[in-house]
Write a protein that binds this ligand. Structure first.
Ligand SMILES: Cc1cc2nc3c(=O)[nH]c(=O)nc-3n(C[C@H](O)[C@H](O)[C@H](O)COP(=O)(O)O)c2cc1C
Length: 176
C-alpha cells in the first residue's frame, strides 16, 4: 500500500503550485484532474461535464490530498466530479485549498468554511482535515481586502514567504 497521492485542479496556477510543492516536499505521487470539456466559464458557473479517468489507482493509496480553488462559495464541479467518481476508492481524504477568502471571512457566503462542511458531508467521515491557504496570506496588510488584487494574486516562489510558509510547514509536519 502506498502512502499518499496529491490530486489537484487549478485554473490559474496557485493550487497547482501548492499541490506540486506538497508532493515534491513530501515525496508523494501527484496527478491533475482534467475536465472532459475545457469550458472554463461554464465550469465556473457550476456546470459539470465530468472529468477524464485518472491514471492512478486510488485504491493503492492510504490517503488522498485533494487540492483546488473555491469559486462563488462552491465546491467546484471538477473537484465534486472527482469525489463522486472515486469516493468508493478513497480511504482518507485531506482537502487543501488556495482560495481567495481569508480566515476571518471563512464562514461568510463566499468563505471556504462552508465548502469544507460540504466536503466533509460528501466524504461521510473519510475527510480527516480541510486546510485553507488564502492568497491574502501573501499580500501586505493594506492589499488584503482589495478584491481585484486578491483575485489576481498567484502563489509562486517569489511570494511564498512569511505567514504562508509558517502555516504550510505546520501542515506538512502534520502529514508526516
Ligand atoms: C470566478 C471566481 C470566483 C471565486 N470565488 C471565490 C469564493 O467564492 N471564495 C473564495 O475563497 N475564493 C474565490 N475565488 C478565488 C480563488 O479561489 C483563488 O483565486 C484561487 O487561488 C484560484 O486558484 P487557481 O489559481 O489554482 O485556479 C474565486 C475566483 C474566481 C476566478
Amino acid at each position: 500500500m502506498k502512502s499518499t497521492i496529491v490530486i489537484y485542479y487549478s485554473n490559474n496556477g496557485s493550487n497547482k503550485y501548492l499541490a506540486t510543492k506538497i508532493a515534491r516536499d513530501m515525496g508523494y505521487d501527484i496527478e491533475k484532474i482534467s475536465p472532459r470539456i475545457k469550458a472554463q466559464l461554464l465550469l465556473m458557473m457550476g456546470m459539470s461535464f465530468g472529468i477524464k479517468k485518472l491514471k492512478a489507482d486510488l485504491k493503492e493509496y492510504e490517503r488522498v490530498i485533494l487540492c483546488g480553488p473555491i469559486w462563488m462559495g462552491k465546491f467546484i464541479a471538477p473537484l465534486k466530479s472527482f469525489v463522486n467518481n472515486y469516493n468508493n476508492d478513497i480511504k482518507e481524504l485531506i482537502f487543501v485549498s488556495c482560495c481567495g477568502s481569508s480566515y476571518k471571512m471563512k464562514d461568510k457566503k463566499f468563505g471556504h468554511g462552508l465548502v469544507f462542511k460540504e466536503i466533509e458531508g460528501l466524504l461521510n467521515g473519510k475527510c480527516s482535515q480541510c486546510e485553507a491557504f488564502p492568497v491574502t496570506l501573501v499580500l501586505p496588510d493594506d492589499k488584503k481586502e482589495i478584491p481585484d488584487t486578491v483575485m489576481k494574486t498567484r502563489l509562486s516562489d517569489d511570494n511564498f514567504k512569511g505567514e504562508i510558509i509558517d502555516r504550510y510547514n505546520e501542515f506538512v509536519k502534520g502529514l508526516a
